[in-house]
Design a protein around this ligand. Structure first.
Ligand SMILES: Nc1ncnc2c1ncn2[C@@H]1O[C@H](COP(=O)(O)OP(=O)(O)OP(=O)(O)O)[C@@H](O)[C@H]1O
Length: 680
């Protein structure tokens, strides 16, 4: 327990929600449930009677709502008490949305009771048509603290100390499956022992479909200056995941070090353009310890899958000079794809930021890594009992597995503590085979990370936020040790966790493929350009989102803007060899680039011109021969030995001179220098 006790009697089991408001909600919401992290065994549900909550004055104003200092009045036969609390007031929306908010809050409330590094809520009420989340009243926030310091910044040592406390809180939330989503210095609260805790968390998820104040980004999931690219529209660019919190955390740390709010003085539209469209990132100040610099920079990877685990951030903040320990699994990633190049185990820590690593691909030869800036803790290491398979690109495994096991699933039976080499056993074989972990991946039901899958008939997924049903085609984000899959679907916003039985593997979509919206789709998720004749145009995939969303442009159209988003479930790939008939093939090729038609027209014209020239040449040849014979006879008759012969080329008597020159120039331009005009 982190010294955060709710005021006695705060939760009154007999209290009733404002009856005028939503009586049905109370019935559903007021049902007593077990508290799984019992801070106070009497706290069975979070509802607070609005009549005992008195708002005093506002202490903060944020994107999602205002924070008020308030009192809770407890009156019993024996005593009459007032307790100071902080209240975050949130917009509510429709009755249905309030119902959903209360339900989500109840679940959050029970999950986080007793966490040490976060300001867990005392309860919830509804007052003046607003949802009031009741919290402990703290001394203030780190945002308030820095505002009173010269340059609005904190010394690095303080930032690192608060950073560790906050990372611990964030990790606690993540261990309960909760994303913080709105990390920023104003939400880092300081208690009476000067310890920083994570203030508000999960509020964007509570608000779900309740519109934000911005019409440009109606469902944003955080504060614009601190939001990761996938947070701007998680249903499209998501999913949001634990790594999403890395971005805001790193922004907050930079703000506390430099005194500058990231993207200061920029409108949310400009921040969106910078972060999402132009892939810009906040500047990490120079002069930081290398380990801190490394993790902060990694927090700003555009693809959230390449961002570090909070465990790694904690290490860097707690011990910036020696962020790795002997026995740590480390990896080297390829930029920008984020694929692992090498995996190894730290053998010896030599000194500040200098380690000996035993890479699994070079047994017996530890390699010295100084400046360790390219090393990362391996987020997702194997465990004994994991089902594994060779990665698709591995043709001949480093430690030479027999061919019959190349496509088979094995089980990790041992992990080399010294060298990190994995031992894998296969069904029907007594032997254990050595493997470099770089060449292996976890598998479940035949599915591995990055596979494309379709939800099988009979299964369904609900949208996490507002809006349309998610797509049924998505990509596997990871395979858990338990064998469950985490799958990203366009339109869902967060990862969907399920057993592999729910999915079937489908062919992947690839960059550069030509695609078209399926004819049977009547109400597409996104608009798709129409052909002049009425059908759907053919486009080309230029970008694939982690959720399986496609960005398609239309090279066959000259003026169509940048392209459109497409749901892979509604899209089909077009292969030229599957198109029957020359005309159909031509029409398809025409759609692939606007320049096809003019190029073919030009070629046709040139062919016709060339043919014409050849015919003219043939027809006039006999005429020219006859004329030439007569002329040479005539000339010979007049020839004098002291005269030179006239240059035949200078006098193309068979065509008027202008025509001859023009024909020659055009032909040379088109067919090259090898083509000559007809000569005598
Ligand atoms: N539990 C609390 N106890 C004391 N003061 C608080 C508490 N919560 C918030 N505050 C104060 O309110 C200020 C602003 O908080 P608020 O959450 O309204 O702003 P914000 O974080 O910018 O907004 P939002 O979270 O809506 O994006 C904080 O800087 C802090 O001073």
């Amino acid at each position: 327990m982190g010294g955060q006790q709710p005021p006695y009697g705060l939760v009154s089991p007999n209290s009733s929600i404002d009856d005028e408001l939503f009586p049905e909600d109370y019935e559903q919401f007021g049902t007593p449930v077990n508290v799984n992290r019992a801070a106070d065994p009497s706290r069975t549900h979070p509802w607070v009677d609005p009549s005992i909550l008195k708002l005093m004055h506002r202490v903060g104003r944020g994107h999602f709502g205002d924070v008020w200092l308030a009192t809770i009045h407890n009156r019993t036969e024996d005593f009459d008490e007032y307790h100071e609390v902080a209240v975050k007031m949130l917009p509510t929306g429709s009755e249905e949305q309030v119902h959903s908010l209360l339900q989500k809050f109840e679940s959050l409330f029970h999950t986080v009771q007793g966490l040490r590094g976060v300001s867990w809520p005392y309860g919830i009420s509804i007052k003046d048509g607003k949802a009031c989340i009741i919290m402990k009243f703290y001394e203030g926030s780190l945002g308030d603290k820095t505002a009173h310091l010269p340059g609005n910044k904190l010394p690095l040592a303080d930032v690192l100390r608060y950073g560790q406390q906050l990372v611990s809180g964030i990790m606690e939330l993540h261990s309960c499956g909760i994303l913080a989503l709105n990390l920023k210095p104003c939400n880092f609260l300081l208690d009476d022992r000067n310890v920083a805790v994570v203030g508000e968390f999960g509020i964007p998820m509570l608000l779900g479909g309740i519109p934000s104040p911005s019409s440009a980004h109606p469902y944003w999931l955080g504060s614009p200056n601190y939001m990761a690219p996938e947070q701007w529209d998680a249903n499209l660019r998501g999913p949001i995941s634990f790594e999403t919190d890395c971005w805001a955390f790193a922004c907050s740390i930079i703000e506390m070090i430099t005194g500058e709010v990231p993207w200061n003085n920029m409108s949310s539209q400009d921040i969106f353009d910078a972060v999402v469209v132009r892939h810009q990132k906040p500047m990490v100040p120079s002069g930081l310890p290398p380990a801190v610099d490394r993790v902060l920079k990694a927090c700003f990877e555009y693809d959230y899958r390449s961002r570090p685990a909070f465990r790694e951030i904690l290490r860097a903040f707690a011990n910036p000079k020696e962020p790795f320990k002997a026995g740590d699994w480390v990896c080297v990633r390829e930029k920008p794809s984020g694929q692992f190049l090498r995996i190894g185990v730290v053998k010896t820590v030599i000194g500040p930021d200098s380690v000996l690593v035993q890479y699994c691909d070079k047994p017996g030869e530890p390699i010295h890594c100084s400046g360790a800036s390219s090393l990362h803790l391996w987020k997702d290491s194997f465990q004994i009992g994991d089902a594994v398979i060779l990665k698709e690109w591995v043709e001949s495994p480093r430690f030479g597995w027999p061919g019959e096991f190349h496509q088979s699933e094995g089980i990790v039976s041992e992990i080399g503590v010294q060298d990190g080499v994995i031992l894998v056993t296969f069904r029907g074989s007594q032997e254990a085979w050595r493997a470099d972990p770089v060449e292996l991946e976890r598998v479940s039901g035949g599915l591995v990370a990055n596979d494309w899958v379709r939800l099988r008939t009979g299964w369904s997924i609900e949208a996490t936020n507002c809006g349309q049903m998610p797509s049924r085609v998505g990509t596997v984000h990871c395979v858990e040790h338990s064998g469950k899959l985490k799958v990203a679907f366009l339109g869902r916003g967060t990862l969907y966790t399920a057993s592999p039985e729910e999915f079937e593997k489908v062919a992947p979509f690839l960059h550069g493929q030509y695609v078209r919206m399926k004819a049977e789709v009547v109400a597409p998720r996104f608009d798709w350009p129409q052909e002049e004749k009425g059908g759907r145009d053919t486009g080309r995939i230029v970008h694939i989102l982690p959720s399986g969303g496609l960005f398609v442009n239309f090279p066959g159209r000259l003026f169509t803007g940048k392209g459109v988003w497409a749901d892979s479930e509604e899209t089909e790939v077009i292969h030229l060899n599957e198109i029957s008939g020359m005309i159909n093939k031509y029409q398809h090729i025409e759609k692939m680039h606007w320049a096809v038609r003019p190029t073919l027209s030009l070629l046709g014209f040139l062919l016709a011109a060339r043919t014409g020239i050849v015919i003219v040449n043939l027809v006039t040849r006999s005429l020219r021969v006859r004329k030439n014979t007569a002329a040479s006879e005539n000339k010979a008759a007049r020839y004098h030995p002291n005269e030179s012969m006239p240059n035949q080329k200078d006098n193309p008597v068979w065509l008027p001179p202008q025509v001859a020159v023009a024909t020659s120039t055009v032909a040379n331009l088109i067919f090259g220098e090898g083509v000559t005009t007809p000569s005598r």
